[in-house]
Structures are given as C-alpha cells and as structure tokens.
Design a protein. Structure first.
Lengths: 255, 213
C-alpha cells in the first residue's frame, strides 16, 4: 500500500525549484509563456547570442527530412523549426506546428504567414501528453526547448512514440548538463544573475526567466533522458552535446 | 556546429546575391524542390542546396539528393561555363551522379549572375557618394597595381644585379647554349675515340695474321 509521502510524490512535480501539484504545473507554465510570447524570439536571440539558430539548424540536419515527409513540430512555439521543415518537405509534405500555449501558437502562426509559409503548415493546440493524432502518423517529431515544461515527460514520450510511423524518429533539442565544471559554473552565474535581469529589462518579466533557469536545472541530464526514451520504446537512441553540453540533441527511432 | 554556421552564412549570401541579380531568379523555377549535394574534398562534409519557393536552402542533409557532385574547390571555380562541366567530367576532376540537368541549371544560374554593385551601393549611400567612392576605389586600385609592379621590378633588380642571387633569363639561355655546345663537343670526341679504337683492333688483327703466316 502506498504511503502518504509516496502518494504526495506521485501527485506532485517540479515547477522550477518549487514542488507543485501536477494539475497546477500546466497553468503555471501556461502563464509563463503567455507572458513571454510576444518577446520570445528577441529574448532567444539575446539570451543565446543567436546560437539557438545554429542548434535548430543542427536539429534539421540531423532529422534526415525528405520531400513528402509529415513532420510534427511539438512545442513549436514561434515556428523556427516549422519554417525550415515546411520548405524542405515541399508541397507533398506537411508540417504540423503544435503547442499547448495559444499565445505562442498565435505568434508562430503570424510569423510564418508573414514569411509567406502557408501551403503545407497546420496549427494545432495540443498537449504533448495527449497528442490528438492517429497512431503511426508522422515521419519525424521534434520537440525543441519544450520537453522540460511538460508535466509528465514519460507520458509525453509514450504519446510521441504512438504517433510516429514505424521508421520514424524523434528529435529532442533541450537544455542539458554542461560537460565541464568550469562551463557549468559560468553557465550557472549567467542563468541566475544575468538572465532574469535581461528578462526584466526586455520582456518586463524577470520571474519567467528565473523559472526558465530553474527549469533547466531540474530537467533530466543527457543519460537520464536517453534512458527515458529507451523506456518509452524508442530504439537506437543517442544524443549529441552542443556548445559543451549546454544543449543536447537526443534522437531515437520507432521500428 | 561550424558546419551549420557555414551553411547559415552561405545561405544568406546566396539568397542575397540572387535577390540582387539583374536577371532575376530565372531558372530557380526549374529547380523547385530539387536538391544538389556538393561534396568538396577540402571541407570534408556535404553541402546540400535545395530550392524552395525561389529560395535556396543550404544544409548538410545528404539523404536522396537529385544530383550529387564530388569535386574540389579549385575545380568548382573553373566551373563558370556549362560546357566546362563535360570537360571536367572527362578529366576526372568532377564526379557527378544523378540528374545532370540539376547540376547544369545550378551552373547556369551561377554563370548568369549579374549584380549592379554601383546601383545597390547608391541605394544606401546616394549617387554622388557612390560615384566618388568608385572613382577613389579605381584610383587606389591603379596606384596599388603600379606600386606592386614597381616593387617587383625593384626587387628583381636588387636580387639580380646587386646581390647576384638570381640569374637573368639571358644568362640562363647563354648557360643552356654552352651546355649544348659542350654536349656536341663531347659527342664528337666520343665518336673520334670509337673510330680510333676500331682502327686499333683492326691493326692488331692484321698483325696477328702476318705473324701466323
């Protein structure tokens, strides 16, 4: 019989460094992203010194995308990956930009339409844990800087596994654990001292960027995430550290 | 990630050049959704050029390109004309597999690229400033060219006549002439020596015959 403590643990999760009820996290994360949506791209460029564009390019290159492919860009936010995938899959392919947050989805939709990318993109507001798609639908699923905000990551990975076609692949681009202690220290200083101040200055919301820094530290490290993907059923799972492990790209196949 | 950095820079450069091309984006229609994969010996990874909606995307994806080219940067620079494509293939400097039309169309676009740099510059800094800048540029260029020629002339003068470290072409041809004269004399001497040797052998043979008789 589960003890009261075990029962509490199963119902609770992390929201940054705070422990909150599982049903509370979703709304808290939602409020963070409603708040930062408008300034999301500017802040990304500012916080990463533009390197996030190279991380995303690396993800595209690692995806092996081909014309005619069906791609799900999960937690796609402002649509950076969707824009590239849309051009590469062509008229015969399709890209679904999915995000749980309506504000992020709206910003992404406006941005892509302004770029003239309308032909093969669909927008879906969806929770990664309960993907509203049929089994074996997608050739590629990507989730970039989104998995750490998901309440139940194992459930989300199982849900992604379900919607992937046999032979399909998942790419998870996410902040991770730096390989060297020196980088780790510098990164910690930057994340907890400079980042929230930048958020306060530019997005007028230091708390959201404090959450961002905390959520990165609470996210599973490279090996743990790889094991989680294995457990969800993915095969040939691997990861590649980028920028000294500040970010890692995990890849796994469904056979 | 240096590969992605290179692709990103190249992509911006190529698309900017195409946007400024006086011939417009002719030919890109025929390449819609076509991919050319370029393997350059010097960089060690493939660059893939995909055309989508009049835009060239550059990445390192190598799966199922329409055409693959294996070559070197040096050969690629020679590839200014379409007809050179066939010549370079014959010389084994270029290895192409897949739809050769894709490579030819890309080469044709590169060949017909025509950008009016003066007009483009004038849009940003104005006509007069552009004119002045171009004139100054030409003048500086001519002066630099003259200075380089002068330095080369002075340097060769110093090396040949003052330091005597280098010989002139007339000295080399004089030396070559002397060598060939010597070669001829040596040949004549060798012929003469051979002739004398034959004579000596024949004299010896007749002396032996006389003594026997």
């Amino acid at each position: 019989m589960p003890t009261q403590d075990q029962d509490h643990q199963s119902k609770s999760t992390h929201f940054g460094y705070q422990t909150v009820e599982k049903n509370e996290k979703e709304s808290k994360v939602a409020s963070v992203f409603h708040s930062v949506a408008a300034q999301y791209d500017v802040m990304n460029d500012l916080m990463s010194f533009g390197i996030h564009r190279l991380w995303k390019r690396y993800t595209i290159d690692a995806s092996g995308v081909r014309p005619g492919n069906k791609v799900l860009d999960l937690a796609g936010g402002t649509g950076d990956l969707t824009a590239k995938f849309s051009q590469l899959v062509g008229r015969d392919g399709k890209v679904i930009l999915a995000d749980i947050n309506s504000s992020m989805l709206n910003v992404g939709r406006d941005k892509l339409r302004d770029k003239g990318l309308v032909q093969n993109i669909e927008y879906v507001q969806a929770n990664a844990q309960y993907l509203p798609f049929e089994d074996n639908t997608f050739d590629i699923v990507t989730i970039a800087f989104g998995l750490r905000n998901v309440t139940d990551k194992d459930m989300a990975l199982r849900s992604i596994f379900r919607v992937l076609k046999p032979g399909g692949r998942l790419l998870v681009l996410e902040f991770s654990k730096p390989e060297h202690e020196f980088v780790n220290k510098a990164y910690d200083f930057y994340s907890f001292n400079i980042l929230p101040k930048m958020g306060e200055l530019v997005a007028k919301d230091g708390d959201s960027y404090q959450y961002l820094a905390e959520s990165i530290r609470m996210h599973p490290d490279q090996e743990t995430l790889k094991t989680m993907m294995d457990t969800a059923g993915f095969e040939q799972t691997s990861y590649k550290n980028l920028t000294g492990g500040v970010v890692a790209l995990h890849k796994g196949y469904k056979f | 990630m240096h590969q992605q950095l290179l692709c990103s820079g190249l992509e911006q450069l190529v698309n900017k050049a195409l946007a400024l091309n006086l011939q417009g984006k002719q030919g890109l229609d025929r390449l819609e959704q076509k991919t050319l994969s370029l393997h350059l010996q010097e960089i060690g990874f493939a660059l893939s050029f995909t055309v989508s909606a009049q835009h060239v995307l550059i990445n390192t994806l190598t799966e199922h390109p329409d055409c693959t080219i294996n070559t070197s940067v040096k050969t690629l620079l020679l590839l200014k004309k379409e007809q050179q494509l066939t010549e370079l293939i014959k010389q084994d400097k270029l290895d192409i597999s897949g739809d050769i039309k894709v490579a030819q169309t890309f080469a044709h676009i590169a060949e017909t690229l025509d950008i009016d740099w003066q007009s483009e510059l004038a849009k940003h800094i104005g006509d007069i400033a552009t004119y002045k800048l171009i004139q100054t540029g030409k003048s500086v260029g001519n002066k630099l060219k003259f200075a380089v020629q002068q330095i080369q002339a002075d340097a060769s003068e110093w090396l040949v006549h003052e330091k005597k470290l280098v010989v002139t072409s007339s000295q080399i041809s004089h030396f070559n002439q002397q060598v060939s004269d010597l070669e001829k004399q040596a040949q004549l001497l060798a012929d003469r020596a051979e002739c004398l040797l034959h004579k000596k052998i024949s004299l010896n043979d007749s002396a032996i015959k006389d003594s026997c008789e």
